[in-house]
Design a protein around this ligand. Structure first.
Ligand code: ADP
Ligand code: MG
Length: 320
């Protein structure tokens, strides 16, 4: 992208908050880092493409925030502490106002979660951006999807379905309106501190990106167990409850994605410890069910079994 690209990279580099483990940040062919002793590196990458993951015209500050937030959420789900990230930007043009707002959203979240931007790539093309994030976790202590045990309580860290409703509102598919739902969609808060505090407490953990049903499903299949959950126990915004009542779509909070809350399982004797952790982090999460031996997910509503269609949002569904 020529001179503009190098100006942009210089501007980005000037605003980064460095970490002491970084030997060399933005500016050379590679970044160099020192992996802290006694730790494993947790590595994740996520891409957001215009018209697939976000609507054209979305506030660039929210995009910058969300792009980093979804990666921080993956680190949180493993119990990892964020350290570094890289940013690959593909942009149709170098629009200074758009870029300024995007960087502000991205770098202010980076600062508050102490993650340093150490490199990236800038190319011209249809708008898409990718972040790779790296975090540290004490050796052997990462939270995995595969370690849920029969009898574990299943928790979510906060309200579910808000982002899905936010998308319906943005797409004018409902007459309801709720700023909290829009915020859940556009400015999700990664549960970074909670994820780290769950090390040594949670047996299994995942972040909810594709929908509770799909993501809890990943824990169940990886752990070779089943679950019984009560839909009425799922924490939800009042607006989400109204949406479900108005449309009759009771399963909505199970199917809708993008909330970036954690879903985790803990042995029942850890309940009071986890409840006080949630209070300490000012989170509105709670127990939504229990891990059982027989495979599959049994969804109850006030003691009655529910039949649900679909499994949340999947890319590359058959035939596409
Ligand atoms: P190269 O051609 O050697 O890959 P680039 O010209 O692409 O180098 O990048 C120069 C430096 O700027 C590198 O350190 C790279 O990591 C960094 N960089 C490029 N684009 C970005 C970006 N969007 N965000 C952060 N750093 C970037
Ligand atoms: Mg390059």
């Amino acid at each position: 992208m020529g001179q503009g690209e190098f100006d942009l990279i210089r501007r980005i580099a000037a605003r980064v908050s460095p970490r002491q483990e970084t030997r060399l940040g933005i500016g050379d062919d590679c970044a160099l880092v020192q992996i802290p002793q006694g730790h494993e590196l947790a590595i994740t990458v996520d891409t957001m493409v215009e018209d697939i993951h976000f609507l054209k015209g979305t506030d660039p500050g929210h995009l910058g925030h969300k792009l980093l937030a979804v990666n921080l959420s993956d680190l949180a789900a493993m119990g990892a502490e964020p350290l570094w990230c890289t940013l690959a930007l593909t942009l149709p043009e170098l629009d200074p106002l758009w870029i300024e707002a995007f960087l502000e959203g991205f770098l202010s979240l980076a600062k508050s979660h102490h993650i340093e931007l150490i490199g990236g790539d800038t190319t011209q093309g249809p708008r898409a951006m990718t972040v790779q994030a790296l975090g540290k976790v004490p050796t052997g202590q990462a939270l995995r999807r595969s370690h849920a045990k029969v009898g574990d309580l299943i928790y979510v860290s906060g309200q579910i379905g808000g982002a899905g409703l936010g998308l319906k509102i943005r797409q004018s598919l409902t007459t309801l309106s709720d700023k909290a739902a829009i915020d859940a969609l556009e400015c999700p808060t990664p549960r970074t501190a909670l994820g780290q505090d769950l090390r040594g407490i949670a047996h299994a953990c995942i972040d909810i990106s594709d929908g509770l049903l799909a993501d809890l499903g990943h824990i169940l299949s990886a752990s070779k167990v089943g679950a019984s959950i009560d839909i009425e126990a799922i924490p939800q915004l009042a607006s989400v409850r109204s949406y479900c009542t108005l449309t009759g779509d009771i399963g909505f909070p199970l199917m809708s994605g993008d909330d970036y809350e954690l879903c985790f399982t803990v042995p029942s004797d850890k309940r009071s410890q986890v409840d006080s952790l949630l209070r300490q982090h000012r989170l509105q999460g709670g127990v939504i069910g229990v891990i059982v031996k027989s495979p599959g997910l049994d969804v109850q509503q006030g003691g009655k079994a529910l039949q649900l269609k679909g499994k949340g949002y999947e890319h590359f569904k058959s035939g596409t």
